[in-house]
Design a protein around this ligand. Structure first.
Ligand code: AMP
Ligand code: ZN
Length: 490
């Protein structure tokens, strides 16, 4: 299976294995992680889910024969937005700013890891924090100064973009466009307005670290260059992040890393996910449509959020709507029911479905892969043959009954079931895992029985009280012709 990925650097789909220096035994991916000062929003979840699917696919393709996939996603815990939040907290609590910074970033990083775990994302192999790599950043900046790619001015160290002749090769923009797009900060100490900060001075109220240029802090771009070099080496395979990071962040990472690495490329493939908007509008606090992952998880299971994200191709913009979430939930519920109603398939070993894997290997085409899942679930008379299949499998064992008329359908069900479960696992979804109800089953059953007794005795007040009590605990009762059923409140 040839893995092709759209490469922002070449503006086409590149076959990973054909790129010079690719080593299938040592596949390496770096994704820019969160800046930790507040809850992550659902837009931030997009790169995490997309690159988690890629991580799983890489493991599937390359770890079979003993290869190793290494996934690094950093945590940016040095940043001026964090510093602003830390200054407020320090003043409010009367604690040192450094303590406030440490507390905010530790708590936010933990929230983030809990949120993305609830979305079914595997932890990366390494989750470096910028604060742990300041020494490496300073060393890299010193190399840039020594090589003539950077200069010191008024306590700052700046990267000299005129020293890198192909600066702008990722964004492919003219200098004018770059300047307009990036709202470049003009400062008197810069030789060129496009020059960007590698190190800047910190005053007493701002977190800082000692350096050859005085107490200060690194710029954001050098953080990723240093952590990437420390954990993945000079050149690695895939570098990812949201499309907003292409310029200036990734362009500047390239400029820094290639300058200290004698022109060796930083990443073979650069990947960027498209942006997420909400109900047709840009997500913004001022528009009141800013949704955190945490809030969504109160209303929806993590796998519905994940599946909903994957129904759109990662490079397309995604419109996050309530309606689409409901559709995603319905699809997963239908698939779960089909899987539960099909016979057990112990011993039915199938390889990964070729068609599904081919779609994923074509630039992570998750919408096409999901269509293939629909095909698998719609073929083979899932529900109606169940009893018959159970009977036959019970007496013969799977696959041992060639020639038995009518058996093919049932074995199709089994093969499709096994394929569907394996395919779903490859995108991080396990529809067979039932969500735990928030109340013990026994209690629900007892309460439903008590309510039925109350209704029979025409004590509707008591019946309603029981219904409301369960609702408050997250269980919705539904009265139908066949009796009362319940479901977990969404
Ligand atoms: P930040 O913490 O703002 O640096 O963002 C973390 C990651 O989320 C980056 O890869 C961003 O590109 C990505 N991101 C931020 N907002 C959105 C959005 N609305 N849609 C998709 N990705 C986003
Ligand atoms: Zn980065």
């Amino acid at each position: 299976m040839t893995l092709r990925l759209y490469n922002t650097l070449t503006r086409r789909k590149d076959a990973l294995e054909e790129l010079p220096g690719f080593d299938p035994n040592n596949v390496r991916m770096y994704v820019c992680g969160p800046t930790v000062y507040d809850y992550a929003h659902i837009g931030n979840a997009r790169p995490v889910i997309v690159f988690d699917v890629l991580y799983r696919l890489l493991k599937h393709l390359y770890e079979k024969d003993g290869g190793k996939v290494t996934y690094v996603r950093n945590i940016t815990d040095i940043d001026d937005k964090i510093n602003a939040r830390a200054a407020e907290t320090a003043a409010a609590k009367g604690i040192p700013v450094e303590q406030a910074r440490a507390e905010i970033t530790a708590a936010t990083a933990q929230q983030y890891m809990d949120d993305v775990a609830a979305l079914g994302c595997l932890p990366p192999d390494e989750t470096p924090r910028a604060t742990e790599y300041v020494g490496q950043m300073i060393a890299m900046i010193e190399r840039l100064v020594a090589a003539g790619n950077a200069y010191v001015a008024e306590g700052h160290v700046l990267f000299d973009v005129s020293s890198k002749s192909d600066y702008g090769k990722l964004a492919r923009r003219s200098l004018d466009e770059m300047m307009a797009g990036a709202r470049v900060e003009v400062a008197p100490y810069k030789k060129n307005p496009m020059d960007f900060v590698l190190w800047k001075p910190s005053d007493a109220t701002t977190p800082g670290w000692p350096s050859p240029w005085g107490r200060g802090r690194p710029g954001w771009h050098i953080e990723c260059s240093a952590m990437g070099e420390a954990l993945l080496g000079e050149t690695f395979d895939i570098h990812g992040g949201g499309i907003d990071l292409m310029f200036p962040h990734h362009e500047n990472e390239i400029a820094q890393s290639e300058s200290v690495h004698h022109g060796h490329p930083l990443a073979r493939i650069w990947m960027h996910n498209g942006f997420l908007q909400v109900e047709g509008e840009k997500m913004a606090k001022s528009l009141g449509n800013f949704i955190t992952i945490r809030d969504l998880l109160k209303d929806w299971p993590g796998e519905v959020l994940r599946f909903n994200m994957l129904r759109t191709h990662y490079r397309q913009p995604i419109d996050w709507t309530e309606q689409s979430l409901q559709e995603s939930e319905r699809i997963l519920a239908r698939w779960r029911n089909r899987l539960l109603s099909a016979p057990a398939y112990d011993g039915c070993k199938v390889d990964m479905d070729e068609a599904f894997c081919a779609h994923l290997s074509d630039d992570l085409n998750t919408p096409a892969a999901i269509s293939r899942l629909h095909e698998l679930f719609n073929a083979g008379h899932w529900a109606d043959t169940t009893a018959k299949a159970n009977e036959q499998i019970g007496s013969f064992g799977f696959g041992n009954v060639p020639g038995v008329t009518g058996f093919i359908d049932e074995s199709d069900v089994l093969v499709n079931k096994a394929k569907a479960v394996a395919a779903l696992a490859l995108i991080g979804i396990d529809p067979l895992v039932e969500r735990e109800p928030p109340v013990a089953m026994e209690e629900i059953d007892a309460q439903v029985a008590a309510r039925n007794a109350a209704r029979k005795a025409k004590d509707f007040k008591e019946a309603d009280r029981i219904r409301d009590e369960l609702l408050a605990k997250g269980i919705v009762l539904k009265d139908g012709p066949a009796g009362t059923t319940w479901e977990v409140k969404r």
